[in-house]
Design a protein around this ligand. Structure first.
Ligand code: G1P
Length: 292
């Protein structure tokens, strides 16, 4: 029976080595895309999809993330005193009233599966979502919402996938839907899932894209999942075990995804979000055309 989805786990303990030196002293999730930190886009997407309990699995160096979603009394007082109402509105409403930020630490970097397991005491017995904060979806994406609806309808876990070039399958979790013609926005039963297969051994080019809705049973499986690819406890391996006890579906992304943990992916996202920015967009577009 599907449960009401309220909880989303966002693992933010990763040190962001792909983005050094920018991430030496600031969390990678606090790098700005136009005028907001990356994590704000991810939390907004979660809330828009109906999630209210945002569980950050975090690290001692990542306090800035929690501070960003908290009130800053001194700043708000100062903005109010200076009648900067528009800015006050912006910094005071970063987290919608209906949402809560809850933090738990990941004491050791043992992998994504381990990060999710660290949130188990807060997840309790509910089904839940996982969002990887490096993956930013195109503006106003409804994909996570669609996944939640597909889960409610079928009662089955949903794993977001999208096609990638065959030469890149060894960078991702890869889903096997037995050649089903998976159209964007649709879900199909998965037959297998494998973390970072060799290019010659991948069952398809459908890569796992950083959004998951998971059956609670995965938590018990994660407790006994051995280390896998990269010598880490992989969420993908636990999903493969989950498929032995219940159906799991792949959901095909409709919009565009950007890997903002990677410098080039981040630059591409910066252009899309700058072009679409309600205030800066038009001027930026004109400049961009001239520049090119
Ligand atoms: C993680 C997951 C992988 C997924 C990828 C998406 O890998 O383990 O299955 O395809 O995120 O970004 P990572 O990029 O952390 O190595």
């Amino acid at each position: 029976m599907p449960t009401t989805l309220r909880k989303v786990v966002i693992p933010v303990a990763g040190l962001g080595t792909r983005f050094l030196p920018a991430t030496k002293a600031i969390p990678k999730e606090m790098i700005t895309l136009v005028d907001e930190p990356l994590i704000q886009y991810v939390v907004r997407e979660a809330v828009a999809a109906g999630f209210t309990d945002i569980i950050l699995v975090t690290h001692s160096s990542k306090g800035a993330i929690e501070n960003h979603f908290d009130h800053n009394f001194e700043l708000e007082k100062t903005l109010a005193f200076k009648n900067k109402t528009e800015l006050l509105e912006k910094v005071g409403n970063i987290l919608p009233d209906e949402a809560n930020i809850i933090s738990v630490r990941q004491p050791q970097a043992l992998g994504l599966g381990h990060a999710v397991l660290c949130a188990a005491p807060i997840i309790g017995d509910e089904d839940f979502a996982v969002m990887l904060p490096d993956v930013i979806l195109s503006n106003n994406s409804t994909d996570l919402k669609n996944m939640a609806q597909a889960y409610t309808k079928s009662g089955h876990s949903q794993i977001m996938v999208e096609p990638v070039p065959q030469s890149e399958v060894d960078k991702y979790g890869i889903a096997d839907c037995l050649g089903a013609d998976l159209l964007p926005g649709q879900s199909s039963k998965m037959a297998a899932i494998i973390e970072k297969p060799k290019v010659t051994e991948a069952p398809s080019n459908l890569s796992v894209t950083g959004r998951y809705i998971l059956d609670n049973q995965i938590l018990n499986l994660l407790k006994v999942t051995p280390k896998g690819a990269g010598n880490e406890i992989q969420l993908t391996d636990a999903i493969a075990q989950l498929m032995e006890i219940t159906d799991v579906e792949a959901y095909c992304l409709q919009g565009t995804s950007y890997d903002c943990g990677d410098k080039l992916g981040y630059l591409k996202a910066s252009v899309e979000f700058a072009v679409q920015h309600p205030v800066l967009g038009n001027e930026f577009k004109t400049w961009l055309k001239e520049y090119i």
